[in-house]
Structure formats: C-alpha cells, structure tokens
Design a protein around this ligand. Structure first.
Ligand SMILES: Nc1ncnc2c1ncn2[C@@H]1O[C@H](COP(=O)(O)OP(=O)(O)OP(=O)(O)O)[C@@H](O)[C@H]1O
Ligand SMILES: [Mg+2]
Length: 259
C-alpha cells in the first residue's frame, strides 16, 4: 500500500509543459494559499518575534527561516522559550511583535475563522502531551483533522488507515489510546499530524516520554518522512541524538537564538 498520495505539487505537474517548472511555481491542489506561498522556498519564516508574559519577556526578537524539506532542531535550557516559540509558529498564540509566515501566508493577517482552517491544513503538531482523544479509536483520532477539513470521509478513512499501517499500527486501528503503549500513542499522534499533508510539522519534545528504543524509532520515522515526502520539521528537543541528526541545530538562550 502506498503511504499516501504523492505530494500535491508533484501530482499537479503539467506533463505537457516542455520546460519543467520549479516545483514551487506549481499550484497546490488542496491548499488555498496565495501565490507568495508558492514562490517562497521558506516554509517557516519568523521575523523579530517578541513575547512577554507580564513582566517576563520570554522571546526577545527571534528570527527563524526553515526551507521546505528541512529538519531543524531547536535545543536550549529549560525556560529558554522554545515551546513559546513553537506555539507562535503554530499560530496557537500571537506574538507581541514580529511576524510569522507559514508557507508564505502571513498568519497575523488571517481572521480567526480562516486561521483555524489554515492551521488544520498547514501545520501538524506532535507534542509530548499528544492530546489523543480517549473516547476515540486510533483510526478515529487520525481521521479528525481530515473531517475538520471537510474532506470526504471515505478518502480520509483510507488515508488514515494507510498512515497507521505505514507506522506499524495496522493491527491497532480500533484500540483506544488507553489500550496503546506510549510509543504507539506517539505514532498515532504522528499519523494524525500527517493526515492533511501539512506544510510543516512542529514537534515539541516528541520523544520526551519514550524509552530509548521507541525514541530511536520515532526519530528514524521523521527522517524517513523527510526522505520520502520532503516533509518539513521543526523539532524542539532535549535529546542530543535527535538534535545531532537534524540538518540544522539551533540553540535558544534566554529568549534569543544563539549566533
Ligand atoms: N502562559 C504563560 N504564562 C506565564 N509564563 C509563561 C507562560 N508560558 C511560559 N511561561 C514562562 O516562559 C518561559 C519560557 O517557557 P517555555 O515553555 O517557552 O520554555 P522552554 O524553553 O520550552 O522550556 P522547557 O525546556 O522546560 O520545556 C518560562 O520561564 C515559563 O515559566
Ligand atoms: Mg518546552
């Protein structure tokens, strides 16, 4: 079984065209993104982000650019602002100043209603507390982003099954989260993050509560997804092995990216 449909930009390539266009010039089939998104090689672009909680300034002007297909690790001491940054990139919170651009979309310009839809389509989250819904099966949990995006249920179900199968969970489709191991739950969360073919996956200590074998498996999975599908990742981690595997390792120190 194929993992999932080839990336849209490949699928949409015009065969009749003599000159092969750069992939970034081609239209996306399912994302409603402006042309700027397609011309930008940066999937993530954050410019001079600041964020304070009361008197505590947590982000003091963070810049970040991540190219399509890149795996970037962010490390740093506890309290340095890593999760706060990821929340801003994930449009779960707004910066006090600065800009966040995801796939060319300036997210601060989006009204709340469009922002929710944009987030659901464009951003996949793999957080340590994976927020699987306890009442729903593994399969149903993975399907949720597709159903929210109002995609046809049969198509969403097939894709969710294919993803779970690819992640070694085909025999666990009907298990509720409480009937899965920690590593299995984390893989369900990864499948859910992938369902809508997001532009970027944001992972916050994704292997934080896994043993070393399961951590290694999860890390290898990220790189396999990058190799096969060009998936872009921004991963906050305290795991030195994972940070060393990344294309780039950025260090946050007290609300800033270390030079
Ligand atoms: N909602 C909030 N209200 C007040 N302070 C907050 C809030 N969220 C985070 N902080 C503070 O901001 C600082 C940065 O938090 P953040 O969660 O970004 O750190 P982190 O780098 O992810 O740390 P860790 O490695 O421990 O997860 C911390 O000192 C934290 O106490
Ligand atoms: Mg954190």
């Amino acid at each position: 079984m194929r993992f999932f449909e080839a990336p849209r930009i490949h699928a949409e390539r015009k065969e009749s065209s003599k000159v092969r266009k750069p992939l970034t010039d081609l239209p996306l089939a399912t994302h409603d993104l402006p042309q700027t998104a397609l011309n930008s090689k940066h999937v993530v672009r954050a410019v001079r982000l600041t964020k304070a909680y009361g008197d505590l300034t947590v982000l003091k002007g963070v810049d970040l650019e991540v190219e399509r297909g890149e795996v970037v690790a962010i490390v740093g001491a506890s309290g340095a602002g890593k999760s706060t940054l990821l929340h801003l990139l994930g449009t779960l919170d707004r910066p006090d100043s600065g800009q966040v651009c995801i796939a060319g979309e300036q997210v601060s310009d989006l009204p709340k209603t469009r922002l929710d839809a944009f987030r659901n389509r464009s951003i996949g989250f793999v957080f340590q507390a994976h927020h699987l819904l306890a009442e729903f099966s593994a399969l149903e949990n993975v399907m949720i982003p597709g159903l929210i995006a109002a995609r046809p249920e049969t198509q969403v179900r097939e894709r969710a099954k294919a993803l779970l199968g690819q992640l070694g969970l085909f025999a666990r489709l009907d298990h509720k989260p409480g009937q899965l191991s920690g590593g299995e739950q984390q893989r369900v969360a990864v499948a859910r993050a992938l369902l809508n073919e997001p532009d970027v996956i944001l992972a916050d200590e994704p292997s934080g509560n896994l043993d070393s074998d399961h951590s290694r498996e999860l890390h290898q999975l990220f790189f396999k997804l990058r190799e096969q599908f060009g998936q872009t990742f921004v991963i906050v981690t305290h795991n030195p092995d994972l940070a060393a595997m990344a294309d780039r390792k950025l260090v946050m120190v007290d609300g800033r990216m270390a030079p």
